[in-house]
Design a protein around this ligand. Structure first.
Ligand code: SF4
Length: 488
């Protein structure tokens, strides 16, 4: 029996999908690229844009048509708003949150599916646990395990009011060893949920309150990955630097977590780069910057979202920081990590953003001289507070602001990239370029590097290269040598 999984949205969903695959493969299903030959079909939804939600609806409509002629089971998980959850319940066979993933095998068995793993057990004379209930695929039943979990769980008054999902058993989810998509780059979740409630974002309503993963587990996952040759580790969370806040003194802080990884990196004899995404400016202490400066394996690249360069817009976004507090963070980074590259996220055309307020974002771009900015045109996100406000900036105006801001970004990114020309740098070779004959790589600061070479055997290795030319957002380089593990 085969399965196919569609993962929409961000790195967090991609990371979650690696654990979903482990559980599905654990009950004997095999992955297929071709959804037409899959008996088990799932989607990890994203609620950031209506476009992504529409994709879930079109996908399930297609799958439900197939049910007229075939035996299929469908499921949905990921970031799902309460309103969509009600609708999905009528369309999918199974709906579950990531906390409930460990119970997925029982859900499948209760549904009446004889899994390959249970058949194998039976043939070996073991108890098979194949359930007695058996319903037609196109009739249901619909298992909403979260309803059961909710009955067992205390829900705070605030949560009821906000209709937030709970995260009671996320630890069990984290215990699952993921089927990593890459053999040299890994995402390690350190936290789930968000307590910040930015008005443009629906994440707190889909993922619930912040819950920190135990630091011992994070450290053992990091060590296991490094021992198995992984070259980059990205610590993932909605607000990584509020790590530990929910444990009220019973867990270490984010900077202490980085310190432990840094100390391990200093002594383990392996080369690796540790990144994290995303921190929130409000909780970005100088302790985080200082610890990165001390340890070689903590990559000198900081992604710190500003979202807007105007204090009034930031206030309406409920960002809980202003441009001045953000400025202090950048000054600390420039002082303590002079070699670090700085990335950010910016939204243009947020509801009510005036030309003058947008000009303040241009000023921020020119003051902070980012290496990369992920600039998004504002669009109301279903379920987010700002979706109830008038989306009053015309689309052509939003596009024009995007182009003007991108033009400023290009200048700063190219200026930095020009400083790399003629330098010899270490890069990680990550894959091939679309254009034949080139490998793609990146520096510790995550500047993309194009290398003329057909040698795919180098993918996944560190290499030393000489930068020969610079573009707006990437550089070109020639190999000097491939670094062997023994040279590290
Ligand atoms: S910090 Fe803001 S943007 Fe980030 S996940 Fe939380 S609410 Fe969304």
């Amino acid at each position: 029996m085969k399965y196919h999984l569609i993962t929409l949205g961000c790195q967090m969903n991609k990371s979650d999908s690696e654990r979903v695959k482990t559980v599905i493969e654990g009950i004997g299903f095999r992955w297929t690229e071709n959804e037409e030959e899959a008996n088990l079909l799932g989607v990890l939804a994203c609620s950031v844009r209506q476009k992504s939600i529409n994709k879930v609806y079109s996908q399930i409509a297609k799958w439900n048509k197939r049910k007229d002629r075939e035996s299929l089971i469908t499921f949905v998980s990921g970031c799902v708003l309460p309103a969509d959850r009600e609708k999905f319940l009528k369309l999918f066979d199974l709906i579950f949150t990531m906390n409930e993933l460990p119970q997925f095998p029982e859900m499948i068995q209760q549904y009446g599916i004889v899994t390959p793993a249970s058949v194998r057990k039976s043939s070996l004379g073991q108890e098979s646990h194949v359930p007695t209930i058996n319903k037609k695929n196109n009739e249901g039943p619909i298992f909403d395990l979260s309803a059961i979990v909710r009955q067992k769980t205390k829900i705070s008054a605030a949560d009821i009011q906000l209709n937030l999902p709970e995260n009671p058993d996320i630890k069990e989810f984290w215990d699952i060893i993921p089927e990593y998509d890459s053999s040299f780059e890994a995402f390690v979740p350190i936290q789930n949920g968000c307590d910040k409630f930015c008005t443009f974002c629906a994440v707190p309503y889909t993922r619930g309150r912040e819950v920190s993963r135990p630091s011992e587990e994070i450290l053992s996952e990091v060590k296991r990955l490094v021992e198995n040759g992984y070259k980059t580790i990205t610590l993932l969370g909605q607000n990584v630097n509020s790590y530990g806040f929910d444990k009220k003194g019973n867990e270490i802080s984010f900077s202490e977590l980085l310190k432990k990884i840094g100390e391990y990196g200093d002594t383990c004899g392996k080369e690796f780069w540790t990144y994290f995404t995303s921190p929130h400016p409000r909780d970005m202490g100088v302790d985080v910057i200082e610890v990165i400066a001390k340890h070689k394996c903590l990559a000198k690249q900081i992604h710190i979202p500003i979202q807007s360069g105007d204090d009034k817009v930031l206030m309406r976004m409920n960002r809980k920081h202003n441009v001045d507090t953000y400025r202090h963070i950048i000054e600390s980074i420039r002082e303590k990590l002079p070699e670090a590259t700085i990335f950010t996220d910016i939204i243009v055309g947020f509801t009510g953003e005036t030309e003058e307020q947008f000009q303040n974002t241009i000023k921020a771009m020119n003051e902070f001289r980012y290496n990369m900015a992920y600039i998004a045109i504002y669009s109301p996100r279903p379920g987010a507070t700002s979706s109830r406000w008038e989306d009053d900036i015309p689309q052509p105006e939003k596009k024009e602001r995007l182009h003007r801001l991108t033009a400023e970004l290009e200048v700063h990114a190219r200026n930095y990239n020009n400083t790399l020309v003629d330098k010899t740098l270490k890069v990680l070779i990550a894959g091939t370029e679309k254009r034949s004959g080139y490998l793609s790589a990146y520096t510790e600061g995550k500047i993309p590097v194009r290398i003329y070479s057909y040698d795919k055997s180098r993918i996944g290795e560190f290499a030393t290269v000489k930068i020969i030319s610079a573009g707006d957002f990437s550089v070109a380089a020639d190999f000097v040598e491939v670094m062997q593990e023994s040279e590290v």
